[in-house]
Design a protein around this ligand. Structure first.
Ligand code: IPM
Ligand code: MN
Length: 355
């Protein structure tokens, strides 16, 4: 019996999570596993009402669970940064979710803005370090508010943190068994301390994986290659900040925020799954949001908890639905269906596709 914490959050979050749970129910029925969900109302409303973002007691409860499914956080009434730090980053840091896994996969039938590129060209995974780097929060101000102000934001790179991330990437390349190539995306030519460590650790760990090709790309060049030759990539491993930036680019080449999924993972422990898109307040409550990103994130969750067959079923269902051409456009309000109808369609495919 799996125990899953559900945090629908703000804006379109609750609508897309509802569809992900609908699909989860269908998958569980077909495959035959049991689960229970516990819903939490953390988000903007609760913060505005009580001043609370995510209490430590909730983190302790999550530690006893198998996974956390998240919708989206953000509300124009809340100052930027509060919910990001108070909820998302708190979850990542306090549960030590050191991998942010972001598959960049163009499903057949989905248009990409890249000219002359198709599903066979766009199929790679970004392994983003998720607990340190520029996100660690170390820094401060000096003479704040004066003309002589200094602002410092420290980029933290620990050997342990880099190593576990790089190792995950090599293991993933092996498991995917595709091009078996790991590209280290860094800026070692400028960040001569931080990314020197990354290079050394990458080479050291890489030696344990002689069957996996080691490849290097500076982050600026990576953005160029992702557009020009995405077919080169198999697994990209990178630091927190660069991973944040290149995965928005990745989301767009795979068809947009309507489909981009992610997992915040600590292998073997409770992990958190969320669509990359935000709360999109202007579409909230209108049935216009695309639930596929949340559904695919739920699929990644199944893989993490060990229901690999269920994960494949979700992937196949989404893939065949998209290939059918029924959904006109992945953007909110242009799908030709409501949020809930798209969820129903996925359920239909879950019931009948072969795995
Ligand atoms: C993401 C988001 C977050 C990040 C924000 C909301 C803190 O942009 O998941 O990519 O920067 O990691
Ligand atoms: Mn981001």
């Amino acid at each position: 019996m799996y125990k899953i914490a559900v945090l629908p959050g703000d804006g379109i979050g609750p609508e897309v999570v509802r569809e992900a749970l609908k699909v989860l129910r269908a998958v569980a029925e077909r495959i035959g596993f049991d689960y229970e969900t516990v819903e939490y109302d953390f988000g903007a409303e609760r913060y505005l009402r009580t001043g609370e973002t995510l209490p430590d007691s909730a983190i302790e409860e999550f530690k006893e669970m198998d996974a956390i499914l998240v919708g989206a956080f953000g509300d124009p009434r809340v100052k930027p940064g509060i919910l990001e730090h108070g909820i998302i980053l708190k979850l990542r840091f306090s549960l030590d979710l050191y991998i942010n896994l972001r598959p960049i996969k163009l499903y057949p039938g989905v248009p990409t803005p890249l000219k002359d590129k198709g599903p066979e060209d766009i199929d790679f995974v970004v392994v983003r370090e998720n607990t340190e780097g520029l996100y660690a929060g170390i820094g401060g101000f000096l003479r704040k508010g004066t003309p002589d102000e200094v602002a410092i934001q420290v980029m933290v790179n620990t050997r342990k943190g880099v190593e576990r991330c790089v190792r995950y990437a090599f293991e993933l390349a092996r498991k995917r068994n595709k091009k078996k190539r790991v590209t280290l995306c860094d800026k070692a030519n400028v960040l001569i301390h931080a990314h020197d460590l990354w290079r050394r650790v990458f080479d050291e760990v890489g030696r344990e994986f002689p069957d996996v090709e080691k490849d290097y790309a500076f982050v600026d060049a990576t953005t160029m290659w992702m557009v020009k030759n995405p077919e080169w990539f198999d697994v990209i491993v990178t630091c927190n900040m660069f991973g944040d930036i290149i995965t928005d680019l990745g989301a767009i080449i795979q068809g947009g925020m309507g489909i981009a999924a992610s997992g915040n993972i600590h292998p073997g422990r409770v992990s958190m799954f969320e669509p990359i898109h935000g709360s999109a307040p202007k579409y909230a409550g209108k049935g216009m949001a695309n639930p596929l990103a949340a559904i695919c994130s739920m699929g990644m969750m199944l893989e993490h908890i060990g229901e690999e067959k269920g994960a494949k079923l979700v992937d196949r269902a989404v893939s065949e639905l998209l290939a059918s051409g029924k959904i006109k456009d992945l953007s909110a309000g242009k799908m030709g269906y409501t949020t809930s109808e798209v969820g129903d369609l996925v359920v239909e495919y879950v019931r009948r596709v072969e795995v």
